[in-house]
Design a protein around this ligand. Structure first.
Ligand code: DNO
Ligand code: MN
Length: 361
């Protein structure tokens, strides 16, 4: 297991590399060029600059999160090859800098969706919240009109620049079915997986968050059956998964422990976080501690240890605690607490596997 920590880059994150250095056992930072639009090539000079910054503190840059996929690829449009060619150039550029795993997602239009980024929890901290009915009752085309008239209507986490094209994009997706999305993903993978294989890179698909259809937009990386099918689209070790307990775990029908057991050979990156699921379909993110949420983080770590997981792990979103001002979900304090919990579980399960010999030696 290789513990890593997400960092949004100089000037783009309240957390600095020096802070991350003081969290025990963190070997690398998970990075991206966040200002580069989906579909553009990541320039070598920009990658080299991040590498210099990370080298200074002896962090590796093995994991990129994310290289985002242009909508034309997800829509199967006629211009998709241009964007896939660019993706391939970026794969080669990051491979040159030593990257081993590329996390990405295949969600139409939006990445993760929440209705409140700073909802207060009973202990006085705040965390990201999803209110199912609020999303259910929204007509996205109406919403797109409203956002264009008044950006204040925008939902948390939505970048205003993308919202301008929202209506147009929604219209294009009207005719795209789940089955189409599988075929468009296959087309993409058939082109990029050989390049990844040649450059010793693993592609690791992040599950959809939340793992169900939103605003009538199809979503496919949602459950065990679909993830299994995605791995078969191009059945090659370079076609892998990011295992995100929070994204998958808000659907109580997803058996996370079984997924780890079944997909163990193809999981290259794990995002560990806890969420509390309410009966009406709402959910709120919590601390990583098993007893604070609905996800058995202890059982997840036990299975990762049992299958001798040797990939990368990062604590996913944390709460905002101790008055920290940070990007939503990405403060220093709660993610650092989370890491110590994950280290504790991991070491205990590893120790159990070895028996008590280290104690008696
Ligand atoms: C949220 C993250 C996601 C993730 C992308 C991967 O904080 O888990 O935004 O980075 O979905 O492509
Ligand atoms: Mn995640």
């Amino acid at each position: 297991m290789n513990m890593v920590f997400r960092w949004f880059g100089e000037g783009n994150d309240s957390v600095c590399l020096e802070d991350i250095k003081q969290i025990p056992g963190v070997k690398g930072v998970v990075w991206a060029l966040h200002d580069i639009e989906a579909g553009e090539v990541w320039p070598k000079e920009r990658i080299d600059k991040i590498k210099q910054e990370a080298d200074r503190l002896h962090f590796h840059l093995d994991v990129v999160e994310s290289i985002n996929i242009h909508e034309s690829i997800k829509l199967g449009s006629t211009d998709r090859d241009y964007y896939i060619d660019n993706y391939i150039e970026t794969i080669k550029n990051v491979a040159n800098a030593g990257v081993k795993v590329i996390c990405y997602n295949f969600m139409p239009v939006f990445d993760w969706i929440r209705t409140d980024l700073y909802k207060t929890l009973p202990d006085g901290s705040s965390a990201m919240f999803y209110e199912k009915d609020l999303i259910k009752d929204l007509d996205p085309l109406d919403l797109a009109d409203k956002i264009n008239e008044n950006p204040a209507y925008t939902m948390p986490g939505w970048e205003p620049s993308r919202m301008k094209a929202l209506k147009n994009l929604f219209e294009k997706y009207q005719s795209v079915t789940e089955e189409d999305l599988f075929q468009y993903l296959r087309y993409f993978l058939e082109r990029v997986i050989p390049v990844c294989a040649a450059h010793d890179i693993k592609l690791a698909l992040h599950p959809d968050d939340p793992p169900w259809e939103v605003f009538g937009l199809p979503r496919i990386a949602t459950n065990q059956k679909n993830l299994g099918r995605i791995l078969q689209l191009v059945d090659h070790p370079a076609n892998g998964l990011t295992f995100c307990t929070g994204a998958l775990g808000v659907n109580p029908n997803n058996n996370l422990v079984k997924m780890i057991e079944d997909f163990q050979k193809r999981i290259y990156f794990a995002h560990i976080r806890n969420v509390k699921n309410f009966e009406n379909g709402d959910f709120i993110e919590t601390s990583h501690y098993t007893k604070d949420g609905s996800i058995e983080i202890d059982a997840v770590m036990e299975m990762l240890s049992k299958v001798n997981y040797s990939g990368y792990i990062r604590p996913d979103h944390g709460r905002h605690i101790w008055n920290e001002k940070s990007r939503a979900g990405y403060g220093l304090y709660d993610r650092a607490l989370g890491i110590m919990y994950l280290h504790g579980l991991w070491d205990a399960f590893e120790r159990k596997k070895e028996g008590l010999k280290r104690v008696t030696n």
